[in-house]
Design a protein around this ligand. Structure first.
Ligand SMILES: Cc1cc2nc3c(=O)[nH]c(=O)nc-3n(C[C@H](O)[C@H](O)[C@H](O)COP(=O)(O)OP(=O)(O)OC[C@H]3O[C@@H](n4cnc5c(N)ncnc54)[C@H](O)[C@@H]3O)c2cc1C
Length: 356
């Protein structure tokens, strides 16, 4: 007769960061019966799976699409978010030269490109909903540092600002799981003596910034003129400023007004990290015209800088877990630079922590 392992005793666990990694982690721990609290600095969950509204329609200002390789990610989408992700016909992504000429007709991949609908932000918001409904999601709460709990030295407390209280201490956590970009973690871990050694594990991780330009051309929707410029909907570019372009309005359920998102290359974004927004907007707009041939003045032009955008050098393992300390780290940077990497990292950390 096989003996069933007793269910682990429920523990009080803090998850910091409600991007895809933090949400995958928190949901898994909640389902395993733990007492989970999620702390997020932004007013909405989602992190880099983000959308920006404009008078002409939405833009996916962070992740543009995602691919699905891990069966656990596929299952989570199918079971817990049915119908929310749709295929985007951008599969035929072109590669362009400096002047916008196609040098590779379509990337040699048949992998489906998926987008959440009506925006990319819809997926993390959907996955955050059970946490929010259970009162476990603390938005607008910026965690400054973690420290040993003053009442019980085996536990942790989080020092935070924002949220309901301006300066709050959230105490009594058996474990703390930090689902944050590596540069933020390096700082947060290095200011506490107990966690400083964990910061060293991240020394080799490199994450580049990304300037993102969002443009709308409502005049293209006039009768007889449906799209401007090129016939393709998505392209990688070798232009020294722009690395990626997508016609937002070609994505499912996005609205018809002609809208484009262009992302600067990692090298250019790093070099121009301290540019002010109007200067970066003007430079990227010029590059956009060179690549696409669209010289019309956009009715809406907005640029934003993601300071931690794309992992150039990942950690090379799915998460960091120090069982003795009770502190874990996860995020896309553990495995790569994709939405799915974030999901897998958060899931695997949670499965390890839940099983203890
Ligand atoms: C411009 C851009 C384009 C991209 N394009 C693609 C793409 O096409 N396909 C793809 O697969 N991936 C793409 N990505 C990458 C993808 O968005 C990420 O891999 C994924 O969203 C990362 O999830 P995460 O949970 O690891 O981190 P994040 O999404 O960064 O989540 C971290 C969370 O922590 C919060 N936080 C930070 N500091 C604190 C603090 N002190 N206290 C509390 N909360 C805090 C943040 O607000 C955020 O919500 C792109 C990213 C960017 C920026």
């Amino acid at each position: 007769m096989t003996r069933r392992r007793p269910a682990p005793t429920p523990r009080r666990i803090a998850v910091v960061g409600a991007g895809l990694a933090g949400l995958a982690c928190a949901r898994t721990l909640l389902r395993a019966g733990h007492d989970v609290a999620v702390f997020e600095t932004a007013p909405q969950p989602g992190g880099r799976m983000a959308a920006q509204d404009s008078p002409f329609g939405s833009f996916d200002s962070g992740a543009q699409y995602f691919t699905v390789r891990d069966p656990r990610f596929a299952r989570a989408l199918e079971i817990t978010a049915p119908g929310l992700a749709r295929r985007w016909s951008a599969n035929a992504v072109r590669v362009l030269d400096e002047r916008g000429r196609v040098i590779e007709a379509a990337l040699p991949t048949r992998e489906a490109h998926w987008v959440a609908t009506p925006t990319m932000a819809a997926l993390p918001r959907h996955w955050a909903e059970p946490l929010r409904a259970a009162g476990r999601l603390h938005l607008d709460t910026h965690v400054l540092r973690l420290a040993r709990d003053t009442l019980d030295g085996t536990r942790w407390q989080l020092h935070a600002e924002g949220g309901a209280d301006d300066h709050a201490v959230h105490a009594g956590f058996d474990q703390v799981l930090l689902a944050l970009p590596a540069p933020i973690l390096r700082h947060m871990l290095s200011i506490s003596e107990q966690t400083e050694p964990l910061a060293e594990a991240l020394a080799g991780v490199d994450i580049a910034p990304c300037w993102t330009l969002m443009l709308a051309f409502p005049h293209a929707a006039q009768p007889g003129l449906h799209t401007l410029g090129p016939q393709w909907n998505a392209a990688r570019s070798t232009h020294h400023r722009i690395a990626w372009l997508a016609r937002e309005s070609s994505k499912p359920r996005r609205g018809p007004i002609e809208r484009w998102t262009a992302q600067a290359s990692a090298a250019w974004s790093r070099e121009h990290e301290n540019d002010d927004t109007p200067r970066a907007t003007a430079k990227l707009l010029k590059a956009f015209a060179e690549v696409t041939g669209i010289r019309a003045t956009p009715a809406h032009a907005e640029a934003l800088l993601w300071r931690q955008a794309k992992t150039l050098q990942p950690l090379g393992r799915p998460f960091v877990w120090d069982a003795a300390l009770g502190v874990g780290l996860c995020g896309d940077w553990c495995l790569g630079h994709r939405v799915e990497d974030a999901f897998v990292s958060g899931l695997e950390l949670a499965l390890t922590v839940a099983a203890r």
